[in-house]
Design a protein around this ligand. Structure first.
Ligand SMILES: *[C@@H]1O[C@H](CO)[C@@H](O)[C@H](O)[C@H]1NC(C)=O
Ligand SMILES: *[C@@H]1O[C@H](CO)[C@@H](O)[C@H](O)[C@H]1NC(C)=O
Length: 168
C-alpha cells in the first residue's frame, strides 16, 4: 500500500515551483495552484521535499513555491532531499513521481497528465547538513524527461508528490 507522505514541486514550462520548508506554505501553494484537485484529491504534506536542479554552468537551483523555471533550467534530472528531524525516515523507500497536469497547454489539458519521472525506490542513508539526500536504489520506472511544452504555451505546472511506502 502507498500512503501520501509529502509533496512538492510545481513546475512549469518553464516549470515551476515547489517546496518550502514549511508544510503549511506548501499546502497553501498547492491549493492556490489548483494542484488539489487537478492532481491530488486532497493533500496534507507531512515533510517538505527539496528539489534541486543542477545547471549547465555548475550552479544549482533549489525550487521554492511560486518559482517559475525555464525548459533549460529543468533539463537535468533534479536531486531530492527530505527535510526532517525524525530519524525514522532513514532507509525507508519513497516513490517520487513528477507529472505535468497542463499538457499540451493549461487551456487544453487533453493529454494530461504527462508523466515526467517515476521512481519507486528513493532512500536516504542519513542526514547531511540538516537535510536527507535521497538516492534511487533501483532503476527508475520512467527516467526523467524534462518538460517540452509546445511553442507559445503558458507556463505549465510540474508536480512532484513523493509517496512513502508503508508495509501493511
Ligand atoms: C530548507 O531547509 C534546509 C535545511 O535546513 C536548507 O538547506 C534549505 O535551504 C531550506 N530551503 C528553504 C527554501 O528555506
Ligand atoms: C488539444 O490538444 C490535443 C492534443 O495535442 C489536440 O489534438 C486538440 O486538437 C487540441 N484541442 C484544441 C481545442 O485545441
Amino acid at each position: 500500500m502507498l500512503a501520501l507522505a509529502l509533496t512538492v514541486a510545481l513546475a512549469a514550462t518553464s516549470l515551476v515551483r515547489a517546496q518550502d520548508n514549511d508544510t503549511a506554505t506548501v499546502a497553501a501553494a498547492f491549493m492556490n495552484a489548483g494542484i488539489v484537485p487537478d492532481v491530488l484529491s486532497s493533500f496534507a504534506p507531512v515533510l517538505p521535499l527539496l528539489v534541486t536542479f543542477k545547471q549547465a554552468d555548475g550552479s544549482s537551483i533549489e525550487v521554492t513555491a511560486g518559482m517559475q523555471l525555464t525548459i533549460a533550467q529543468t533539463a537535468n534530472e533534479p536531486t531530492f532531499a527530505l527535510v526532517s528531524g525524525n530519524a525514522a525516515i532513514q532507509g525507508k523507500p519513497y516513490l517520487i513521481a513528477m507529472v505535468d497536469p497542463d499538457a499540451p497547454t493549461p487551456q487544453n489539458t487533453s493529454i494530461s497528465q504527462v508523466r515526467h519521472f517515476l521512481a519507486p525506490d528513493f532512500v536516504s542513508d542519513g542526514p547531511v547538513a540538516g537535510t536527507w539526500p535521497m538516492t534511487n536504489r533501483t532503476p527508475a520506472l520512467s527516467e526523467y524527461m524534462g518538460p517540452h511544452p509546445p511553442d507559445g504555451s503558458d507556463a505549465h505546472r510540474f508536480v512532484s508528490p513523493p509517496l512513502v511506502h508503508t508495509m501493511c
